[in-house]
Design a protein. Structure first.
Length: 298
């Protein structure tokens, strides 16, 4: 081993723990992209801010009894993004497909939520047996917004129309327009509102989620950090009041994190609008999902 390998390394690796790509089970990829953002920009800085937070928080999960230090992680670094949304999504698709072809789990850190469209397309033929579960304040089912048919407000509709997953379920919803409600009903897209979660309780919603997902071979999980109330995650691109708390989110996510989970993303952190709280939440959420997934697979 040379001295540069022995005495020098990249400091901003997610969790600070780095296995080789070949030895890793979970592959981290940052996507610093927020070209279509329409309110607060800055999610392009999210991946490295979340990495920085991940290096400075403890790694043991009481929820799962697993330690991140025992996981085989490899951080690829950041995707080389472009200002062209279509071409950037194509690059995400290719990298996701490559990760899955190596029988590894993609863990994507955004970036704006539009990137999920590229990831989902990278699932290839698996998509037809995959349920997409998105934790998000918004449905993102508009056909067009501010002249764009492909953006963070429309990507879930494009996923339904173009990728055609077996099922889409959205959780934590509280900011929609009538067009989205009409489309959701027509397309059979189900959602649980933040009010339902508070009224019915986390355990009941988790039970219903498990029931609805039981027949699908695969699950892909997407977490827009604006699903949390701004009190818990202020630094997001499109904050909405009356959200859920981190404890509730993680308890609901626990019902999704089983051996069928083939990948997940965490998106929409815009660090400039907070004081580090949001990045810490995101890093902890990623830690917990990884630990829950490792426990389920064992």
């Amino acid at each position: 081993m040379s001295y540069h390998e022995l005495l020098a390394s990249q400091s901003n690796v997610f969790s600070g723990l780095q296995k080789s790509f070949e030895d890793a089970k979970y592959i981290i990829l940052g996507v610093p992209f927020d070209v279509t953002s329409t309110y607060r920009t800055g999610a392009r800085f999210g991946p490295n801010a979340i990495r920085q937070a991940s290096i400075n928080i403890e790694t043991y999960s009481f929820r799962s009894g697993v330690d991140v230090e025992d996981l085989r992680l490899h951080d690829l670094g950041d995707l080389h993004t472009l200002t062209d949304t279509v071409k950037t999504l194509e690059r995400i698709k290719l990298v996701t497909k490559n990760i899955l072809s190596e029988k590894k789990t993609p863990v994507i850190i955004g970036g704006e939520h539009t990137i999920t469209l590229g990831i989902v397309k990278g699932l290839g033929s698996k998509i037809f047996r995959t349920a997409i579960v998105s934790f998000d304040a918004h449905l993102d089912l508009r056909n067009e917004f501010l002249g764009l048919k492909l953006s963070h407000t429309t990507f879930m509709r494009r996923i339904d129309e173009e990728a055609k997953p077996a099922k889409i379920i959205e959780v934590g919803t509280r900011a929609v327009c009538k067009e989205e409600l009409d489309y959701a009903k027509k397309a059979g897209i189900e959602f649980f509102t933040a009010q339902q979660i508070k009224k019915m309780g986390t355990e009941e919603i988790a039970r219903q989620l498990e029931e609805k997902l039981a027949k699908y071979t695969n699950i892909y999980l997407s977490i827009d950090m604006d699903v949390l109330d701004p009190a818990y995650a202020p630094a997001v691109q499109n904050p909405e009041a009356e959200g859920i708390e981190t404890y509730t989110l993680l308890n609901l996510v626990s019902s999704v994190c089983n051996e069928r989970l083939i990948g997940f993303d965490t998106v929409e952190i815009a660090p400039d609008y907070g004081n580090g709280i949001s990045e810490i939440q995101a890093a902890r959420i990623i830690f917990e999902i990884l630990c829950l997934l490792e426990k389920a697979r064992k």
